[in-house]
Write a protein that binds this ligand. Structure first.
Ligand SMILES: [Zn+2]
Length: 356
């Protein structure tokens, strides 16, 4: 230290004497140049940094566009993809190279914004068709209830049958109800009543219902006196119905049923005779029991329900000569929504009382 302190002043004085005041010019100039150079470098860097980030952002969006068609993103909710273009500029002043590591995040952004459209569109476009198609496919098999709109599948069969008509007062009412529900029924006519109300008999035929023969006189004692008397009465009814309606009747129903207190002795012979003549007869397995007096329409409906007993096939006995029957027939139809109402014909398997 001593030697240095001794020596340096001498050196400085040496240079001062040798170069005079210029001895400080070079160091000061060099320092100033370095400082200015550093300043320019920094300024140049900051100026170029914005453009670098812009280029990086454009490259990242280009990657995003490529990945849109490539597949699905991870579904992260980071949507500010256009915002990243503007926000990072003032915030992130460094890391021009780590930027690509950030760019994978914005590449996921366009996927949720674009993919919802193609993924949601096919769903409503496809789903309405299968949901609409089954409905019309089911509805034809079932029949919509005319009153409450409830659809019930018709899995059973009921044959509505009306004896003793036509009547002047009630047959037309019943025909109106049947027409309202587009139901065909069967009418076992009495010849005498056909002669009295031929228009009603014609209407029955014209509206597509089945006409069967019940009898001509409905006088049990006369009809069941013998096989011949039965056949005579039957032929008379057949002729009247044919002349009035033009229908060649194929089916019939015995007054009182095929087996009753009036024909016990001859019922088998009558059946044999009529079968040989080519006619088919039908009894019943359910009844309104409307031939009994003072029965209310509600009781008639209950009788029908109680006697039908939910059978697969029901032939329901009714009479179109009874006032309360004409009142309850619509309710009868509504109370059996699971039944398809059909008319009888010679092809229908008969329901018959058991012969003893
Ligand atoms: Zn009768």
């Amino acid at each position: 230290m001593y030697a240095l302190s001794y020596y340096m002043p001498g050196k400085i004085e040496y240079y001062r004497e040798k170069r005079g005041r210029n001895v400080w010019v070079l160091p000061v100039f060099l320092c100033t140049f370095l400082v200015l150079g550093a300043v320019f470098v920094l300024l140049g860097y900051y100026a170029a940094k914005d453009q670098i980030q812009m280029v990086m952002a454009e490259e990242s969006t280009g990657d995003m566009l490529v990945q849109e068609g490539a597949g699905m993103g991870n579904g992260r909710k980071e949507n500010p993809q256009p915002e990243i273009l503007s926000e990072p500029l003032p915030q992130e002043t460094q890391e021009p190279t780590p930027k690509p590591t950030v760019s994978p995040q914005p590449t996921e952004n366009p996927l949720p914004t674009v993919s919802p459209q193609p993924t949601e569109n096919p769903l409503p476009a496809v789903s309405p068709e299968p949901t609409v198609n089954p409905l019309p496919a089911v509805s034809p098999e079932s029949t919509q209830h005319p009153e409450n709109g409830v659809e019930t599948e018709k899995i059973k069969t009921m044959y509505l049958t009306f004896d003793d008509g036509p009547s002047a007062e009630y047959t037309d009412t019943i025909l109106d109800v049947l027409a309202k529900y587009n139901i065909k029924a069967t009418f076992f006519l009495v010849g005498e009543n056909v002669e009295k109300r031929p228009e009603v008999a014609k209407r029955i035929a014209e509206e597509g219902h089945t006409i069967g023969i019940h009898c001509y006189s409905h006088a049990y004692d006369d009809i069941y006196d013998s096989v011949e008397s039965y056949v005579e009465d039957f032929e008379k009814a057949y002729q009247v119905i044919y002349e009035t309606t033009g229908v060649e009747v194929k089916i019939f129903r015995f007054p009182g049923g095929s087996v009753n207190a009036y024909n016990k002795k001859i019922c088998k012979d009558i059946i044999t005779e009529m079968t040989e003549r080519g006619f088919t007869y039908f009894d019943w397995n359910a009844s309104l029991e409307d031939a009994i007096k003072k029965t209310t329409p509600e009781e008639l409906v209950k009788n029908a329900k109680d006697t039908a007993m939910n059978r697969e096939r029901v032939i329901l006995l009714a009479h179109d000569t009874i006032y309360n029957t004409s009142l309850c027939i619509e309710d009868i139809i509504l109370q059996f929504p699971e039944y398809k109402m059909e008319p009888l014909n010679e092809e229908v398997v008969p329901i018959r009382f058991r012969l003893n």
